[in-house]
Design a protein around this ligand. Structure first.
Ligand code: 13P
Length: 248
């Protein structure tokens, strides 16, 4: 039985003061959930996350990292730097990074490898656009994004990773994929991994992301191949986020 894992992705939101209130409220309500929980915060707030979350049930991580270990890469942040702030997780290949910052499948695979080399657990995001879905290309696109990582790191690497299926059309749009739509893609992803490594496929956590709300979480998480959620907007509201965690 896979454990449910809910991660919040704050994206580029927060202030020290607002984070303090949000973290306090989340910590106050998290005790009675069995769900594994993590928060992926903006880089400048990693120190705050570390000092507030160390020793609690909530892990923390970042939303991106450099594929390089160090060097003349102005503005970049390495996996080792994330380790310095106690991160357990780092999101790689978020659709916003792919679309807005031109991250290719190969670059995402490099970042995934860099995260694992430093002992971080990558949360690998996969997902199709609305055009791609309407052209019946969902499996082709998600399969291609996954294959780039499998080619570089192998299926066994997924024993130390999390996958998040995030259909681009559902992100921040209020248009959640139906449980059936999401389940179908999750089953496809697990099937692709199973073809290479059955044991890894069975243990693999595959989160769903895209307008997850408290009202939709329980039905999504009840699907056989949906093992939790990667939550954007709703992770900025403590009550909503806690209700999602408790739906697991
Ligand atoms: P929303 O939950 O705001 O749709 O964002 C999903 C997401 O992109 C999480 O990484």
């Amino acid at each position: 039985m896979r454990r449910t894992f809910v991660a919040g992705n704050w994206k580029m939101h927060g202030t020290l003061a607002a984070n303090e209130a949000l973290l306090t409220a989340i910590l106050a309500g998290i005790a009675d959930t069995k769900t594994q929980v993590a928060l992926c915060v903006p880089y400048p707030y990693l120190s705050q996350a570390q000092s507030r979350l160390a020793g609690t049930a909530v892990a923390w991580g970042a939303q991106n990292l450099s594929q390089h270990a160090k060097g003349a890469y102005t503005g970049e942040v390495s996996a080792a730097m994330l380790n310095d702030f106690g991160c357990r997780y780092v999101i790689v290949g978020h659709s916003e990074r792919r679309a807005l910052y031109g991250e290719s499948d190969d670059l995402v695979a490099e970042k995934y490898a860099a995260a694992q080399a430093a002992g971080l657990t990558p949360i690998l995001c996969l997902g199709e656009t609305l055009n791609e879905r309407e052209a019946c290309l969902t499996e082709q696109v998600v399969g291609r994004q996954l294959a780039a990582v499998l080619a570089r790191c192998g299926a066994a690497s997924l024993a130390k990773a999390v996958i998040a299926y995030e259909p681009v059309w559902a992100i921040g749009s209020g248009l959640t994929a139906t449980p059936d739509q999401a389940q179908a893609v999750h089953a496809f992803i697990r099937g692709q991994v199973r073809a290479m490594d059955a044991a890894v496929a069975e243990g693999l956590i595959i989160q769903y992301g895209g307008s997850v709300k408290a009202a939709s979480a329980a039905e999504l998480f009840a699907q056989p191949d949906i093992d939790g959620g990667l939550v954007g907007g709703a992770s900025l509201d403590a009550d909503e986020f806690l209700a999602i965690c408790k739906a697991g």
